[in-house]
Design a protein around this ligand. Structure first.
Ligand code: G3I
Length: 381
């Protein structure tokens, strides 16, 4: 018998492991009476944020879960400014093209995320050759070029865009980003206008987190009213939905959906997950500049989520979906920020290196009790 090299041994072991995982997952899914998208068919579409490994098919298990369970996708990072437009005259659409092709192959509602944000936008966007802030005119010209190129490329294929992301802070005022400082508040209306010009049929959204808290919600409502009064096309508002076990309250969430719906915009949950770990600071929900030191105490479920906590998470998901279900006439989509617990951004935020459990599929892709709970709620009228 020939000796196999350590590389061959590694590859064979990995293939067997993956086969095993796929099998376990397939059995788990086969036991599911309905998939998520089937369960909510006719109510709202069910989406997932996907990473490159999933939409390129490298992560076979992830790609399979996305294709079977979801009917909408959002790119976790592939369409952000730094990914598609890293240098002044350089666009890079390789990954984004594959993302859109994956969605089309699977007949999904394809979402674009995000056009104008202060994060994951290269520094050059705001600077001239000497490193000073560019003029308002120059920044508007760069914004128009970016939006026209990116939205134009996928015209008629990407159904809706998160046009402006996270422009408001907790107290309801505008984030003091370079966009605001250089252009002024008008940058928001301009971004929507450029996107509408690039694809008049595309749905256009304002997307933000923690709008369940009243001051921030008031800021967003004022913004949407103002945009509408100016005749700007804005189709919807994305409540990101980076939730915790005890925040927001069901009442807060319900009234948030109602108040936005009353403005005549579609409401969608765009980045849903439920943080199952202790919170160092409740205001940190998705503000990525907030980071905290690792400690064992803050990472209590390294070895697995205890049964009692699985149930707490399942109950929380059931309560959240009961609110979405109740408001289904106002809601067009519920998108999860990831597919399995393994690749969730919450393993690294707001403390690096923790083991978190925020989604409906476990690290091996197996359905969790939270999934059963969400499917059960779909049966309610
Ligand atoms: O691509 C680089 C890679 O080249 C490098 O080797 C590696 C080393 O750290 O970093 C990679 O970039 C990372 C990127 O994700 C792609 O994986 C960044 O460090 C990391 O910060 C970045 O995190 C993303 C985060 O947005 C950044 O703003 C998360 O994946 C993504 O889930 C998260 O998504 C945001 C939404 O867009 C907006 N709402 C909040 C949500 C959660 O923060």
């Amino acid at each position: 018998m020939r000796n196999i090299s350590s590389k061959e041994y590694y590859n064979t072991t990995m293939s067997m492991l993956l086969l095993g995982l796929n099998l376990v997952t397939t059995v788990g899914i086969a036991q599911q009476k309905q998939t998520l998208k089937e369960a909510y068919n006719g109510k709202f579409v069910i989406g997932a944020a996907v990473n490159e490994a999933q939409f390129s098919g490298r992560d076979t298990l992830g790609a399979m879960l996305v294709a079977t369970q979801f009917n909408s996708i959002t790119p976790e990072n592939a369409l952000k400014w730094q990914s598609v437009h890293p240098k002044p005259n350089q666009y890079n659409f390789e990954a984004a093209d594959r993302y859109v092709a994956f969605g089309e192959k699977n007949h999904m509602t394809i979402i674009g995320h995000t056009l104008v944000w202060h994060n994951q936008t290269p520094r050059w966007v705001f600077q001239d050759d000497s490193g000073k802030d560019v003029s308002k005119e120059k920044l508007l010209e760069r914004m128009r070029d970016h939006i026209t190129t990116v939205v134009g490329r996928y015209k008629g294929r990407i159904k809706g865009w998160d046009v402006v992301n996270e422009a408001i802070i907790d107290d309801g005022s505008f984030n003091q980003s370079k966009w605001l400082k250089i252009i002024g508040e008008e940058f928001i209306a301009k971004a929507f206008q450029f996107a509408h010009e690039a694809d008049p049929q595309a749905e256009l959204y304002y997307n933000d987190f923690s709008m369940e808290n009243i001051p921030k919600r008031m800021g967003a409502i004022a913004l949407i009213k103002k945009l509408k009064a100016q005749g700007i096309t804005i189709t919807g508002v994305g409540l990101q939905g980076h939730f915790q076990l005890d925040w927001p309250s069901i009442g807060q969430l319900d009234s948030t959906i109602t108040e936005f719906a009353q403005l005549g915009v579609k409401v969608m949950i765009t980045e849903l997950d439920v943080d199952a770990l202790p919170q160092p600071d409740w205001t940190a929900t998705a503000e990525i500049t907030k980071r905290f030191q690792y400690s064992e105490k803050m990472d209590p479920y390294k070895a697995g989520l205890p049964d009692s906590m699985q149930q707490v998470l399942a109950n929380r998901y059931a309560d959240l979906f009961a609110v979405f279900n109740k408001n289904k006439k106002h809601m067009s989509r519920v998108t999860f920020w990831g597919v399995t617990d393994r690749e969730s951004w919450l393993n690294g935020f707001p403390i690096r290196g923790r083991t978190n459990y925020p989604l409906l599929f476990d690290r091996t892709g197996k359905p969790k009790r939270a999934l059963e709970a969400v499917l059960k709620v779909a049966g309610n009228p």
